[in-house]
Design a protein around this ligand. Structure first.
Ligand code: GLU
Length: 491
């Protein structure tokens, strides 16, 4: 176990998995896979009040959907379990008492009011508010007296008053912290629950974690954690703090910057491969920096913490959406159609069962939209016209293409020549139309644009003859007649 490379992703179930969390999980996963180590999932649910009911489930679902399977953790188990902090409370208590027994930690009876008064005083003296260490040297009698009055206690770690604690970070290099700035801090709260720093260290130690790869925001916790490792005489793991993710305007990422949870992206019809590919580039560059598209296998092969930047990464949902479009374009249509069906069902285009029955036809629908749709939700939206004739026609299109002279006649002629097509396919439809265009001596747009509007209700979309092929002969002709009729009524 000693020499084994072990990393962990340790989300708090206080919400769904967001892009930043997914990126941390991915870096851990890749580092483990690249080095033949183990990837552990640990749920940090000690902060009971902030735990959101279904978020552990959702986080795990999102990780699985992204393809980031864990070797040890909830569901799969493992030798260092349980992997949920709420099930490990006795361990935290045990090690807190051990530190008390060794005189490396002490009971603190200060009430929140007393602590606030201390901070207030420090502020008045323009000093940084830090715990004074009042309870550090209480005698046993003093402790007993306080307890007899019903005072509850927290447990604080004795921190060194002088010197520095150095975090040797794999991404940031050596970062020094002045010990005098780190007051004795709480490891067990008066309600009997551990603080994040303590639970995290006890777990990382007992789970044999060799490398702690986590978000930058935890760098300031790390000297405290190192103090806990030392007090426990536990080996200090290696640390790698991955850079923050900012919005395109370099502000802190917030809801107004659009979707951010993996769950939301799943709902909108992004492909997991696209998300993984996009987030791996948030702070990491492959050796060939021009290489943008990578499979998970390639990422495993190439990933290295040395190429993780120490400056913030910028998250741009438009780039992600573009990338998703590229993945949709490159997807095997047979696979894509199954992914599209639930979105089509949600769009009201039929039940999943009904749509499954039409899979062969839907594959053609999907192929015709693959070049254009950026998400599966968009694809379902764009595909609606294949299922039912247009109820209305695009207003600008009507003004531009339907209100010209002789358009209804032209569409009727189109319907006539198409009726003669024996073997219905893209090429034959196109040939029939090209012949008609030549015969009429018109520009191709004069027939093609109104036909598109007649068939789809819109002015843009897939190739016209592809549309005809997918719609089928009867439906195409019927829509041309309906449009001709509509135009005649306009006049
Ligand atoms: N539960 C912490 C978080 O979600 C984990 C921090 C760590 O990886 O140590 O931010």
């Amino acid at each position: 176990m000693v020499s084994e490379l072990r990393v962990r992703f340790a989300p708090s179930p206080t919400g769904y998995l967001h892009i930043g969390g997914a990126r941390t999980a991915l870096f851990n996963y890749l580092y483990a896979r690249h080095n033949g180590g183990k990837f552990v999932l640990r749920i940090e649910d000690t902060d009971i009040e902030r735990v959101i009911e279904d978020s552990t489930e959702k986080i795990m679902q999102s990780l699985r959907w992204l393809g980031l399977d864990w070797d040890e953790g909830p569901i799969v188990g493992g030798p260092a379990g349980p992997y949920q902090q709420s099930l490990r409370q006795d361990l935290y208590r045990r090690y807190a008492s051990l530190l008390l027994d060794r005189g490396l930690a002490y009971k603190c009876y200060c009430t929140p009011e007393e602590l606030e008064a201390e901070r207030e005083k420090a502020r008045a003296q323009k000093k940084a508010p830090r715990y004074s260490g009042r309870c550090r040297d209480l005698s046993l009698e003093e402790q007993q007296e306080l307890e007899s009055k019903g005072r509850k206690y927290a447990i604080r770690l004795k921190t060194p008053d002088q010197g520095i604690t150095v975090v040797d970070d794999m991404i940031h290099g050596e970062v020094s912290f002045q010990n005098e700035e780190i007051a004795d801090f709480i490891i067990m709260k008066s309600d009997g629950f551990p603080t994040y720093n303590f639970a995290c260290v006890v777990d990382d130690w007992l789970m044999g974690i060799s490398h702690v790869i986590r978000a930058d925001e935890h760098l300031s916790n790390t000297p405290r954690q190192i103090m806990i490792y030392r007090a426990l005489s536990a080996p200090v793991p290696k640390f790698a703090h991955v850079p923050m993710i900012l919005a395109p305007d370099r502000s802190k990422l917030s809801k107004r910057h659009g979707a951010q949870t993996v769950e939301e992206f799943m709902e909108k019809g992004y492909l997991p491969e696209a998300i993984v590919n996009y987030i791996v580039l948030l702070g990491w560059t492959p050796p060939d920096a021009t290489k943008e598209f990578m499979t998970l296998e390639e990422m495993i092969e190439l990933f290295d913490l040395k190429r993780v930047s120490n400056t913030p990464a910028v998250y741009d949902v438009q780039k992600l959406t573009w990338m998703n479009g590229q993945y949709i374009k490159a997807r095997d249509p047979e696979v894509l159609v199954s992914e599209y069906i639930p979105f089509a069902a949600r769009r009201g285009l039929g039940t999943v069962e009904e749509l499954q029955q039409k899979k062969e036809w839907l594959t053609k629908v999907v192929i015709s939209l693959q070049e254009r749709a950026k998400t599966l939700e968009e694809m379902a939206e764009m595909s609606a016209f294949y299922f039912e004739p247009p109820k209305t026609y695009d207003e600008k299109g009507v003004a531009k293409f339907f209100l010209k002279p002789n358009v209804s006649e032209l569409l009727e002629k189109g319907a006539q020549v198409l009726a003669q097509v024996e073997e219905w396919n893209e090429e034959n439809c196109e040939k029939a139309y090209r012949d008609l265009i030549a015969k009429e001596g018109i520009k191709s747009g004069e027939l093609i644009h109104p036909t598109r509007l007649a068939l789809t209700g819109k002015t843009v979309g897939p190739g016209l003859f592809e549309i005809m092929d997918v719609l089928g002969k009867d439906e195409t002709i019927s829509r041309l007649h309906s449009a001709a009729e509509y135009i005649r009524k306009l006049k």
